[in-house]
Ligand binder design. Structure first.
Ligand SMILES: Nc1ncnc2c1ncn2[C@@H]1O[C@H](COP(=O)(O)OP(=O)(O)OP(=O)(O)O)[C@@H](O)[C@H]1O
Ligand SMILES: [Mg+2]
Length: 442
């Protein structure tokens, strides 16, 4: 599990300056904020401790992204805490909090125990608490295991090794610098092993797109870690950024944490088309959307109002229009944008992790993809549990387990040298031919 400690900064000092009622009310507001964020990200508040909270992610049910959820909860608590004002305090500046996160094994009591708290026990709890006390105002500190698990989504700065009370070895502590758009693939890759025929099929699809402007749709279905994203990553490398044909690649993805957020992948695709980045304000958003629409000669088409609404920067006229009509207008707007874009040059639209995509997005894709796949290459992927498709594909692709030769290539690339055949067998057996597990086991 990942354990999160969150604590108000400057609390002792505050208690000296404020009336007890005001302190109480500040702490209450903080705890409400914390609980909302923690539960919103699927965690559980285990205990309130004075001006702080102990939360766990991954108990009773562990998820693959518990560490990321805990980190996002901390980030949300941090920003909401800024809006708290210590009542009557002369201190200027916003209220801050500080955070410690650690991931590891712990033993929890059965939820039916007489005390009513599960009180996780294990070194991981102490570690999270120590990290939290080490953290300065607004700082989120994480242990090495948490750091490893969030590396795809977070930028971290190492603070070096620190010695902490009750922990034998010095701990390599990292501070959160910022969250990134989750990258589809990790930063350090093993050499691509196997998948020659799958890559050839996708390269052919790209060639038809570039050569004759013929699109198609491909859905890759395979278990977690089988290499769906890696395959798309390789295709993208081969056809964008100066390497080979210059294809416009627009991508969105379903997220385990956002299955209920309507149209999130569509927003990402349009952001990519319009060059919208994190941190752009409403003004910048509007002007980029306008530039996209005029650039594609779609001014006449009612598209801009609909897009503004999608990005929540709509004017009063659009805001007052009906909800049902909005869905139809969005289908029309997205179809018009993609059609116009594909007229300008070869276009790939990629939606990853369909199993997590929200129902509104699926409905939209099902409405627009069939007519657009004449001219656009659509790449989808999904896990087999709840495998979702957008409709009949030109190609449905399953990824098989890697064979022994491919496992060898992967293991040797990870180790940076030749590996013993027994070791390769062991990795093949333990991983069942799944590249993600093979990497981890290696
Ligand atoms: N053929 C391969 N050769 C070498 N490494 C691979 C291969 N396929 C996948 N990997 C590596 O295995 C890890 C998992 O792959 P990837 O993220 O593509 O899986 P996925 O099928 O997209 O899983 P998920 O369902 O969780 O999104 C990555 O680090 C990736 O680089
Ligand atoms: Mg993936």
């Amino acid at each position: 599990m990942t354990v999160l400690f969150a604590d108000l900064s400057g609390f002792t000092e505050l208690t000296g300056q404020l009336e007890p009622e005001d302190v109480r009310s500040l702490v209450d507001s903080f705890l409400v904020i914390a609980r909302e964020a923690i539960e919103g990200w699927g965690g559980r508040v285990d205990q309130f401790l004075g001006d702080g909270v102990l939360a766990v992610f991954g108990d009773p049910l562990a998820r693959e992204d518990d560490a990321e959820r805990a980190l996002r909860a901390a980030v949300d608590i941090r920003s909401s805490t800024h809006s708290l004002r210590p009542f009557g305090a002369s201190r200027d500046g916003a209220q801050t909090a500080h955070f410690g996160l650690a991931t590891g094994m712990a033993v929890t009591a059965d939820a039916r125990n007489p005390v009513g708290v599960t009180a996780p026990m294990g070194p991981v709890v102490n570690l999270a608490a120590r990290l939290q006390s080490l953290a300065g105002a607004d700082e989120i500190l994480v242990c090495p295991t948490t750091a490893l698990l969030v590396r795809r989504v977070a930028t971290l700065a190492s603070l070096g090794e620190r010695t902490m009370k009750g922990i034998e070895q010095p701990v390599d502590v990292s501070r959160l610098v910022g969250l990134r758009r989750s990258d589809s693939i990790g930063p350090s890759l093993s050499v691509l092993a196997g998948r020659g025929s799958e890559l050839a099929t996708l390269s052919n699809a790209v060639e038809s797109l570039v050569g004759d402007g013929r699109g198609s749709s491909v859905t890759v279905v395979a278990e977690a870690g089988a290499g769906k994203s890696r395959l798309f990553h390789e295709v993208r490398l081969s056809c964008t950024s100066g390497r080979g044909a210059d294809v416009s690649w627009h991508e969105g993805r379903g997220r385990s944490t956002a299955t209920a957020t309507a149209y999130a992948p569509i927003v990402e695709i349009i952001e990519s088309m319009a060059g919208i980045e994190e941190g752009h304000d409403a003004h910048e958003l509007r002007s980029r959307l306008v530039r996209l629409v005029t650039g594609l000669d779609l001014e006449g088409d009612d598209v801009i109002g609909t897009l503004n609404r999608l990005f929540a920067v709509e004017d009063a006229t659009e805001a007052s229009r009906d909800r049902e009509g909005y869905q139809a207008r969005l289908v029309h707007a997205v179809a018009a944008l993609l059609t116009a874009a594909s007229g300008r040059g070869p276009t790939v639209v990629c939606v990853q992790d369909l199993h997590w995509v929200d129902p509104s997005t699926l409905a939209l894709l099902r409405a627009v993809v069939p007519s657009l796949r004449e001219h656009i290459l659509f790449l989808f992927n999904s896990r087999p549990t709840d495998a979702t498709t957008v409709g009949e594909d030109h190609v449905a692709m399953l990824l098989r387990d890697l064979d022994l030769e491919s496992i060898r290539a992967l293991v040797e690339s990870r180790l940076g040298g030749r590996a013993d055949v027994d070791l390769i067998r062991l990795v093949a057996e333990r991983s069942g031919g799944n590249p993600f597990f093979a990497e981890e086991v290696t």
